[in-house]
Design a protein around this ligand. Structure first.
Ligand code: NAP
Length: 294
C-alpha cells in the first residue's frame, strides 16, 4: 500500500520529466501537471537537469528508473536519437527527438515539434494544401518546420544567413519528402533583393531562427512582397509580440508567436504517454500562467 502525500504523489505515481541543460526555465512541468490533474491521471512531470557529458547515463536512467517517458530539449535533441530502440517517422526525418516513451523494454523516440506545428497551423486556419511555405533558419527548429511544411506545401524554401547550412538541411531532407525543397541565402529576402519570386507565393513565413528571442532586432525582410493573407509565424514563444511579428504588423500581415506550437507539441507528447486525448485548453491556460511567472 503506498502512502498518499499532500500533493497526491504516491509510490504508484508514474514519473515523466524534461531532459535539458538548462531546464529550470521550462514551462512544460506546469503544462503537463495541469493536464494530469485535469484528467485525474496518476502522473507527475518534473525537470531533469542533465550535464551534457552525462546524457548517455541520463537516457539510460529514464528506462532504469522506471520513468514513463520524457521530453528532450536543448542541447540533447540530436544526441538522444541514437540511444532510442525505435523511432517515429518525424524523429527519423528530423534527426532529433523531443519525446521519449518507455514501451516495455524498448525506448521509443519521436519528434512532436512537427505535429505541434502542423496542429497550430490547423488552429490558425491554414488550408491543408498550400503552394509554398518559407522557413527562415537552418537549425533544429527549422528542420522540424521544413518537414512539417513539406507535408502541406508543394514547395518549401529554407533561407539562412549561412546558406550552406540551408543547403545541407535541404539535401538531407529532400529524400524524405515529396515537396520540392529550395535553399537560399536569407539576404535574398531583404528589401531591394528582388524577393518577389521567393516571397510572393508564400502562404506562411516561419521564423525558425533564434533572432528576436531577447527582443533583438530581426534581420531585414521584404514582408510587403508577400500576399495580403500570408501568415508570419514566429516560433519564438518567450514574448507575446516579437520583433518578427512587429515586422509583419508593419506590413499589415497577420502573425502569431510560438506558444501554439509549444502547446501542441506538448499535447502530442501527452497523447503518446497516456493514450488519452490531451486537455488542450487546460494546457494552454497553464502555459500562459507559467509564462507570466517567468
Ligand atoms: P538552433 O539549432 O541554434 O538554430 C538557430 C538558427 O537561427 C540557426 O540557423 C542560426 O543561424 C539562426 N540565427 C540565430 N540568430 C540569427 C540572426 N540574428 N539572424 C539570422 N539567423 C539567426 O536553434 P533551434 O533549436 O532551431 O531554435 C530556433 C528558435 O526556435 C528558438 O527561438 C527556439 O526557442 C524556437 N523553438 C520554438 C519551439 C516551439 O515549440 N515554439 C520549438 C523549438 C524551437 P547560424 O547557424 O548562422 O547561427
Amino acid at each position: 500500500m503506498s502512502t498518499t502525500t499532500k500533493s497526491g504523489i504516491t509510490a504508484a505515481t508514474r514519473v515523466i520529466g524534461i531532459l535539458g541543460h538548462p531546464v529550470q526555465h521550462s514551462r512544460s512541468p506546469a503544462m503537463h501537471n495541469a493536464a494530469f490533474a485535469a484528467l485525474g491521471l496518476d502522473y507527475v512531470y518534473v525537470a531533469l537537469p542533465a550535464r551534457p557529458a552525462e546524457i548517455g547515463a541520463a537516457v539510460r536512467g529514464v528506462r532504469a528508473l522506471g520513468l514513463a517517458g520524457a521530453n528532450v530539449t536543448i542541447p540533447f535533441k540530436e544526441a538522444v536519437l541514437s540511444r532510442c530502440d525505435q523511432l517515429g517517422a518525424a524523429a527519423r526525418a528530423c534527426r532529433a527527438v523531443n519525446t521519449l516513451a518507455v514501451r516495455g523494454d524498448a525506448l521509443f523516440g519521436d519528434n512532436t515539434d512537427v505535429a505541434g506545428l502542423a496542429r497550430d497551423w490547423d488552429e490558425a486556419g491554414l488550408p491543408r494544401r498550400v503552394g509554398r511555405i518559407v522557413i527562415l533558419g537552418a537549425g533544429g527548429a527549422a528542420r522540424a518546420a521544413a518537414y512539417a511544411a513539406a507535408g502541406r506545401a508543394r514547395r518549401v524554401v529554407v533561407a539562412a544567413r549561412r546558406p550552406e547550412r540551408a543547403r545541407v538541411l535541404v539535401r538531407s531532407l529532400q529524400s524524405e519528402v515529396r515537396a520540392e525543397l529550395l535553399a537560399v541565402d536569407l539576404a535574398h529576402l531583404a528589401p531591394g533583393a528582388r524577393a518577389e519570386g521567393l516571397l510572393g507565393a508564400a502562404a506562411v513565413v516561419v521564423n525558425a531562427t533564434a533572432a528576436g528571442m531577447r527582443g533583438d532586432p530581426f534581420p531585414e525582410l521584404a514582408a510587403a512582397l508577400t500576399a495580403p493573407d500570408c501568415l508570419f509565424h514566429d516560433l519564438v514563444y518567450t514574448r507575446a509580440t516579437t520583433p518578427f511579428m512587429a515586422l509583419a504588423t508593419a506590413a499589415r500581415r497577420r502573425s502569431r508567436n510560438g506558444l501554439g506550437m509549444l502547446l501542441h507539441q506538448g499535447a502530442a507528447a501527452f497523447e503518446i504517454w497516456t493514450g488519452r486525448p490531451a486537455p488542450v485548453e487546460v494546457m494552454r491556460r497553464a502555459l500562459v500562467r507559467a509564462g507570466r511567472g517567468s
